[in-house]
Ligand binder design. Structure first.
Ligand SMILES: Cc1cc2nc3c(=O)[nH]c(=O)nc-3n(C[C@H](O)[C@H](O)[C@H](O)COP(=O)(O)O)c2cc1C
Length: 168
């Protein structure tokens, strides 16, 4: 059984990734997994200050915003992270990018850097070109995380449910 965190970076709660997230979640829960979803746009998550304080202190991020505090808690709890975002100017949305940048401090705590995760990408776009967002998502493979699937494009609910179901 896996603990799955969905980082939902869509600004519109009922935007195009929503039904893919729902189908993925149905599959994952049916297989006995636990799923937490963070709808980032509705949370207090500040942008990274780039201060690198955690590299010096190993004490975590200096910003104490409750939205990001909850996401740090869920990142420690989960073993699988789903990055969900429509394509905005070729990449993930600013909402999701804010969380990704804030994981820089989180990774500077050695226990977090050593604890590897599995990851999934859910994305939608108008052009169906996912080249850049896949490259951005690929950063986590460089950190030793295991890519276990992509759901790319609105209308791929069957695929989303199947990837959710396959996790255990
Ligand atoms: C600010 C912004 C930038 C976008 N940039 C791209 C892009 O670079 N490539 C693309 O194919 N679609 C782009 N789109 C279209 C969205 O990816 C697409 O409409 C998305 O599936 C909509 O998701 P939503 O229903 O959650 O709003 C952009 C949309 C917005 C609002």
């Amino acid at each position: 059984m896996a603990n799955i965190l969905i980082l939902n970076g869509a600004p519109r709660k009922n935007g195009s990734p929503a039904s893919l997230i729902k189908a993925f979640t149905e599959g994952a829960v049916a297989s006995g997994n636990q799923v937490h979803e963070a709808y980032i746009h509705g949370m207090n998550v500040k942008n990274c200050l780039g201060c690198d304080s955690s590299i010096k202190t190993h004490a975590g991020c200096v910003q104490k915003d409750e939205g990001m505090a909850k996401i740090y808690e869920d990142l420690s709890w989960c073993d699988t992270v789903v990055f969900a975002s429509p394509v905005h100017f070729a990449y993930m949305t600013a909402q999701l990018r804010a969380v990704i940048d804030r994981t820089w401090e989180w990774f500077n705590l050695p226990r977090n850097f050593e604890a590897k995760r599995k990851n999934v990408l859910i994305s939608t776009s108008r052009s169906e070109d996912y080249t850049a967002i896949l490259q951005q998502y690929g950063m986590y493979a460089m950190l030793g995380w295991e890519d276990i699937g992509h759901i790319l494009g609105a209308g791929k609910e069957v695929e989303a449910k199947s990837i959710g179901t396959s996790i255990s």
